[in-house]
Design a protein around this ligand. Structure first.
Ligand code: TXA
Ligand code: MG
Length: 321
């Protein structure tokens, strides 16, 4: 059930979470499906509601740095520096975990992914319940992440409470950085850009998308993810597409902001522009709109092959797998 984010709703959400029930809340990236991160029973409900494979670990959200002691075993100087700069915000760090975090949260790994969200509603909820919250994106596994409360209700109708905080400002998930090795390793490009990270750490190992079997060893890199219902085709050159061979109706996802002749082939058109952050903010919402319009094929124009577009390329490529 969707409820506006009033103090009463937040109190109700905190109560559910303390009773080891699920509650959906907005973050600045995407909506999260929250549960008490200290309870294996509560976290199991997340996996069940999402149909999430047990080998894919969850991010633990905290409301204050005091909560780190309980869940994190080693907090390196690099972790301190990075989080001092980017928290609260769309950065998730993977660090060694304590035994207080049930194995199910981390899919059996001896690490935990932690993030302090910046969204005021997420912060108020975290303060109100005063426990760390495990929260993946609030969608069924392998479907498009939600950036509005309505996206969540459509995809996960049985969650007891969805706190509505309006559309998410980043619209794409947090950047996940593994801090357990010698050098920080990017596990998932996301809302926080590499150029912002490089202002703090010069050398970052970049991700490779690997096949799903090997991805189990290094989660976050699973190939297929974020997929719309329609078949998604990526193209560098829309002029070369054989439109007659595609299942109709066709939806178009373009970087343009102005009309082009290829638009005649489409039943619905989404114009996201050539600015990476603005494109990211509306990408999932546009894919949801195209699915709602029941197009059979989505043709997406590949955005520029530049680092600023890394997270978007990653999501589009995985959605098209
Ligand atoms: O923006 C976000 O990060 C959103 C909001 C709700 O905070 N959450 C989110 O969670 O995107 P989820 O579960 O959809 O993605 C979590 C990512 C996955 O790629 C997962 O494999 C990785 O984080 N991850 C979690 N724990 C990990 C760990 N211990 N080691 C390596 N990767 C981990
Ligand atoms: Mg997700």
């Amino acid at each position: 059930m969707i409820k506006p984010a009033t103090p009463e709703t937040i109190a109700q959400g905190a109560k559910l979470l303390l009773n080891n029930e699920l509650c959906v809340f907005p973050t600045e990236t995407v909506y999260g499906l929250g549960a008490n991160a200290l309870s294996a029973d509560a976290v199991l409900k997340i996996y069940q509601a999402k149909g999430r494979p047990a080998y894919n670990p969850l991010i633990v959200h905290i409301g204050s740095l005091d909560q780190l002691d309980e869940i994190v075993k080693e907090w390196s100087s690099l972790a301190k520096i990075l989080t001092a700069k980017f928290w609260p915000g769309p950065l998730t760090v993977v660090v060694p975990r304590t035994d207080r975090i049930p194995a199910i949260v981390s899919a059996g790994l001896d690490t935990v992914a932690v993030r302090m969200p910046a969204h005021p509603i997420a912060q108020q909820l975290l303060q109100a319940c005063n426990i760390p919250l495990a929260a993946p994106s609030a969608n069924r596994s392998e479907t498009i992440s939600p950036t509005t409360a309505e996206h969540v209700a459509k995809n996960l109708p049985d969650i007891p409470l969805i706190i509505d905080g309006g559309p998410c400002i980043w619209g794409i998930e947090s950047t996940v950085l593994d801090l357990t090795g010698n050098r920080p390793r990017l596990l998932r490009p996301g809302a926080l850009s590499l150029s912002a990270l490089r202002e703090v750490v010069a050398e970052i190992e970049l991700p490779q998308i690997v096949d799903d079997e090997s991805a189990k060893l290094s989660p976050g890199m699973m190939k297929r993810h974020y997929a719309p219902r329609a078949k998604l085709i990526l193209s560098n050159d829309l002029e070369q597409i054989d439109w007659s061979s595609l299942a109709k109706p066709i939806g178009l996802l373009l970087c343009h902001k102005q009309a082009t002749p290829i638009m005649q082939h489409a039943a619905q058109i989404e114009l996201l522009g050539y600015e990476a952050a603005a494109y990211a903010t509306d990408l999932y919402a546009a894919l949801h709109r195209l699915d709602d319009a029941q197009v059979s094929t989505i043709v997406a124009e590949l955005p520029p092959n530049e680092e600023a577009w890394l997270a978007i390329h990653n999501r589009l490529t995985r959605a098209a797998t």
